[in-house]
Design a binder for this molecule. Structure first.
Ligand code: CDV
Length: 311
């Protein structure tokens, strides 16, 4: 079995609030086809790839809010993507808002799914680190209501044997947390797939605005290097409903180097052939967890309360 995997990172440009699901899905299918033409085994789509990123505004009507969620994937809104993937023999990763029933209760998740070239689900992830707040902030130019709209994911950071290697997923804010990559790394991840909707400015801490692109690269490059894994980070880009989104879709090697990066703020597919064996010098060398981690010497962990910053 070959360990060379050609991956397309399919950045989405802005999705207008009134764009139909069918039109949004068609844009993804166009990129899937381009991926097939360019030799991709796997095409990676972004977080909540079927709609505008609705946590950026307040929705008070529960029925209207639920209209942004999928009750089944594949389902009526997504079946055509699954069918085309199977027809072309190309796998994909898709982020979407998921309405699910868990233990008899309706739950809202920010989810992603990994689908094989046969169009069959391999694995599913539900976002764990939800940024933002629950109460709207009327003085802000846009909202960040993920804590209001989504439940914390209940599936952990899992990995799957797929595409000739070991694959894990996380979503957007998860990528900023070293434990995301480390748990995936401890579970053998050689390839980490993620989508993100990252505004180019932070209304709470505007002094960080110039650093937004740097922090995006820093998080994903260090996560890749410190765990000897490929990382594919796929953005929503450009101005969407008044919010400028970063873009900067990229593919990062286990060395931590960026090997491909988007150059636009539109729908754009970047492609790279990833050698999964390029993970070995890191996983078998400096970051051989079994030989080099010293968990027993890390000392006691202070409680979150003690460690929290003032204010
Ligand atoms: N969708 C996200 O999780 N976005 C956050 C923003 C709000 C900071 C991110 O970490 O990029």
């Amino acid at each position: 079995m070959t360990r060379q995997l050609t991956i397309g990172a399919a950045q989405s440009g802005p999705i207008p609030r009134d764009q139909s699901r069918a039109d949004a899905l068609e844009r993804l299918i166009v990129m899937l086809r381009e991926g097939h033409q360019r030799g991709c085994d796997l095409v990676v789509f972004t977080e909540c790839a079927l709609t505008a990123f609705f946590p950026h505004w307040l929705i008070e009507d529960p029925a209207e809010l639920d209209s942004y969620f999928e009750t089944a994937v594949p389902g009526p809104d997504t079946q055509a993507l699954f069918d085309e993937a199977r027809r072309l023999g190309v796998g994909f990763h898709l982020g979407f808002a998921e309405l699910a029933e868990v233990d008899g209760e309706v739950r809202h998740f920010n989810s992603s799914i990994l689908v094989g070239p046969d169009g069959v689900e391999i694995g599913r992830f539900r976002k764990i680190h939800l940024p933002g707040y629950s109460e709207p902030r009327p003085d802000h130019p846009f909202q960040n209501l993920e804590k209001r709209y989504f439940d914390v994911g209940d599936l952990g950071f899992d990995t799957w044997r797929a595409f000739g290697g070991t694959v894990g997923m996380c979503i957007c804010n998860d990528r900023r947390w070293p434990e995301t990559y480390r748990v995936l790394g401890l579970r053998g991840a050689e390839l980490i797939l993620l989508g993100y909707n990252t505004p180019s400015n932070n209304p709470d801490y505007p002094e960080m605005n110039p650093l937004v692109p740097f922090h995006n690269r820093l998080s994903m490059q260090s996560g890749a290097y410190q765990n000897g894994a490929w990382v594919v980070g796929v953005a929503k880009a450009g101005e969407e409903e008044g919010v400028m989104q970063l873009g900067q879709t990229m593919i990062i090697a286990p060395s931590g180097e960026i090997v491909a990066q988007a150059t636009t703020l539109q729908d754009e597919l970047i492609v790279h052939t990833c050698d999964l064996d390029a993970t070995r010098p890191y996983k078998e060398g400096i970051f051989h967890f079994g030989k080099n981690r010293r968990v027993e010497h890390y000392g006691p962990i202070t409680s979150q309360t003690e460690a929290e910053p003032p204010g």
